[in-house]
Ligand binder design. Structure first.
Ligand SMILES: [Mn+2]
Length: 232
């Protein structure tokens, strides 16, 4: 497996970067274990910039094992899994010496692909989910439609650009990639708040909760929950 060098600095100041290959060799492998064995998926994706493996189990209990080399993002994905009762493992390494950007965006892509595979034809699910999660002075609201229609509305006005070395604007890119590759409509709103850590943490928790609701199997839902008969 091609493993980009892991940077010791976590998205520190831009330093001299390795030359990027002209044509990144994208290797991607995916396995869906849908059906009797549960709604799980494993997706592995390696490019010249990042190497990422994600496993998800939609019927989990919130067990997570996250290692992205970005402590703040590890924290966010951990709370998302925990409060979304999503079993989630993430192993990511990337060219963090360039910037966190590639790794964060690619993580959104791979997690989106994993969710999509684990959902299969999206039959029997509730489809919509919404959750409001407070954290001290702030409140985050996530409303999602597991529709197959990728769309992100992101209204999270932060006054801080960095949390330690982590660039907070990357969170929007993460959710954008997740929406596109997971086939999800995601609305994230934080109407008020002061502390950027709280505002983002509440957002990840709310998203996890909303995803848990929307992906629940409901025995009253016969087939794919769409008047069109399919969600893709
Ligand atoms: Mn925290």
């Amino acid at each position: 497996m091609l493993t980009p060098k892991r940077s010791r600095s976590v998205c520190g100041p831009m330093t001299e970067r390795r030359s990027r290959r002209a044509a990144p060799a994208v290797r991607s492998a995916a396995k869906r274990t849908n059906g009797a064995r549960g709604r799980r998926a494993v997706v592995e994706r390696t490019t010249a910039e990042t190497a990422i493996v994600v496993t998800v189990d939609l019927d989990g209990t919130g067990k997570t094992r996250i290692a992205t080399s970005m402590p703040f993002l590890d924290h966010m994905l951990t709370v998302m899994g925990k409060h979304g009762l999503l079993d989630l493992t993430v192993r990511a390494s990337g060219d963090l010496d360039v910037d966190c950007h590639h790794t964060v965006e690619d993580l959104g892509i791979v997690l989106g692909q994993a969710l999509k595979r684990a959902l299969g034809d999206r039959g029997g699910i509730r489809r919509f989910g919404s959750a409001a999660v407070p954290m001290d002075e702030t409140l985050a609201r996530a409303t999602i439609d597991v529709s197959g229609r990728p769309y992100l509305v992101y209204r999270v006005p932060l006054s801080t650009r960095k949390i330690q070395a982590f660039d907070t604007e990357l969170v929007e890119h993460f959710f954008e990639a997740l929406a596109v590759h997971g086939g999800l409509t995601i609305h994230l709103e934080v109407p008020y708040g002061k502390n950027a850590h709280h505002m983002l943490e509440a957002s990840f928790k709310a998203f996890g909760r909303a995803l848990e609701q929307a992906t629940r199997l409901d025995p009253r839902v016969a087939g794919v929950p769409s008047s069109k008969g399919r969600l893709e």
